[in-house]
Design a protein around this ligand. Structure first.
Ligand code: 5CA
Length: 449
């Protein structure tokens, strides 16, 4: 992408309304624009990150055996009356009436609708297990939308729903999602720790919140320090096998949210030097809630003995539009964002130090073309502006590698690569610059390991 043809509205000043660094940087680097309280447009640069995150979520959901579909944002109130949640949900639910005076709502979550789909088609134990998910906008009329897309009213969520014959199999489905979540966040460059959590309006008695530690986080958490550097289950995980040992290993160390934490238990379980009492951002939550929806909504199947069985369910959410600020909170410096390669909107930026000069243009144009042909997501700063401005923009928007070339380098046959994260610079022959970039980038894509 040539910057002269792109749409990247970068701001010089830090907007006053933004209290936390991720919100400030998302506005300054042209990722989002506020449209109303808790409602944001995703500008092209922000949308690229969001789509990279979405792709990782989809790959890991699919790998674990979940199947993608798409349900509408507007739902009929009647479905929610069946489960009893229409009245119970309260003011967070945006209620709408259509021209026929029918009660509708903008979905805050989809347990009812997916249970309705399930009961329409699935009649036999032979069709289980089943896990269906979608990635769709949700609306919750939050009392205090704040921190940009961290806590918004309209937000993009992945929500998966599992259906099983009994509790034991439902817990196996829960474990599959648990492992898929560990992999998903790791691939995005995040350290997300599963913590025992309250179930709130979703219900049930088994739940984990996946939490990224950050001072600006809204959740209080208590955990064992060793949770921070546990190795992630490999891509070869056999999702049809028994995942209990992996989940047991992860849940054997103490980790709980403020609401769930018992201080005496915490202090007994974690030696003083390993205690972490911190704040964190909830980037996902998993629930097992048995027959809470399937019983009132009559989601039954015929068991192997012909008897009707009410299915056991779980639901599993990931907040995609919250993950973007969570990554920025975890990965930035005084000059701007530092994207992990796996989610970076562009993996590299070619910086032409003298755009308008025919020879430099020709050399930079060909580096840009070569990088694109090598499969690198590359941005090209071909603007006719001073070098200082280009460096500042590249740092602010957080592209992991800068490939810098000007007339002097061209004369010497040398280009420069700057590593955004470390500030390290390497000078190398122009002819080998792209293969070096590729060698730096590929291992960090985290699409294989
Ligand atoms: N039905 C279940 C799981 S599918 C559910 O709705 N779970 S949830 O309420 O925990 O939401 C799932 C995830 O969505 C949260 O972990 C969080 O990452 C994200 N999320 C929830 N509310 C908001 C919000 N107001 N703004 C941004 N993200 C949110």
């Amino acid at each position: 992408m040539r910057l002269t043809r792109y749409f990247l509205p970068v701001l010089k000043e830090t907007p006053k309304e933004a209290e936390i660094i991720s919100h400030q940087l998302m506005l300054r680097a042209g990722l989002i624009k506020q449209q109303a309280a808790g409602s944001y447009s995703w500008l092209p640069y922000g949308y690229r990150v969001l789509m990279k995150i979405q792709r990782i979520v989809e790959e890991e959901q699919n790998r674990s055996g979940a199947i993608e579909l798409l349900m509408p944002t507007l739902q009929s109130a009647d479905l929610w009356r069946e489960s009893g949640r229409y009245e119970a949900y309260g003011k967070e639910m945006l209620r709408i009436r259509d021209r026929h005076e029918r009660d509708m709502l903008y979905g805050p979550t989809n347990e009812e609708m997916i249970t309705d789909i399930f009961r329409t088609y699935v009649k036999s134990y032979k069709d289980l297990p089943l896990n269906l998910y979608h990635i769709q906008w949700k609306f919750r009329d939050e009392v205090r939308p704040r921190f940009g897309t961290m806590r918004s009213r309209e937000f993009l969520m992945k929500d998966a729903y599992s259906f099983d014959l009994d509790k034991e199999r439902a817990v196996a489905a829960y474990n599959r999602m648990f492992v898929a979540y560990l992999r998903t966040y790791w691939r995005m460059g995040l350290t997300a720790i599963p913590m025992r959590a309250e179930t709130g309006p979703i219900g049930g008695d088994l739940s984990h919140e996946f939490i990224v530690l950050a001072d600006t986080g809204e959740s209080g958490v208590f955990c064992h320090a060793d949770m921070l550097d546990k190795p992630i289950p490999s891509i070869d995980t056999d999702y049809d096998g028994d995942l209990t040992p992996i989940v047991k290993d992860w849940t054997s160390l103490y980790a709980a949210t403020e609401d769930m934490a018992d201080m005496a238990e915490y202090e007994a379980a974690v030696p003083a030097e390993k205690r972490i009492s911190a704040r964190g951002i909830e980037v996902g939550q998993t629930f097992y809630f048995g027959t809470k929806y399937s019983a009132p909504m009559k989601a039954n199947v015929a068991g192997s003995d012909g008897q009707e069985v009410t299915v056991h369910m779980g639901s599993y959410g990931i907040g995609l539009t919250r993950i973007v600020p969570a990554i920025i909170e975890a990965s930035h410096d005084e000059n701007g964002i530092v994207w992990p390669v796996s989610v970076a909107p562009f993996e590299a930026v070619v910086i032409n130090l003298k755009a308008g000069d025919a020879e430099t243009d020709a050399a930079c144009d060909s580096l840009y073309a070569e990088a694109g042909a090598a499969g690198i997501d590359v941005l090209y700063d071909d603007r006719e502006v001073a070098a200082g401005g280009k460096f500042a923009t590249a740092d602010l928007i957080g592209v992991p590698y800068q490939l810098i070339l000007g007339p002097r380098g061209l004369k010497e046959g040398q280009a420069e690569i700057k590593h955004r994260r470390t500030g390290e610079r390497e000078t190398l022959p122009i002819a080998s610059a792209v293969s070096r970039l590729k060698a730096l980038i590929e291992p960090q894509r985290r699409d294989k390991a």
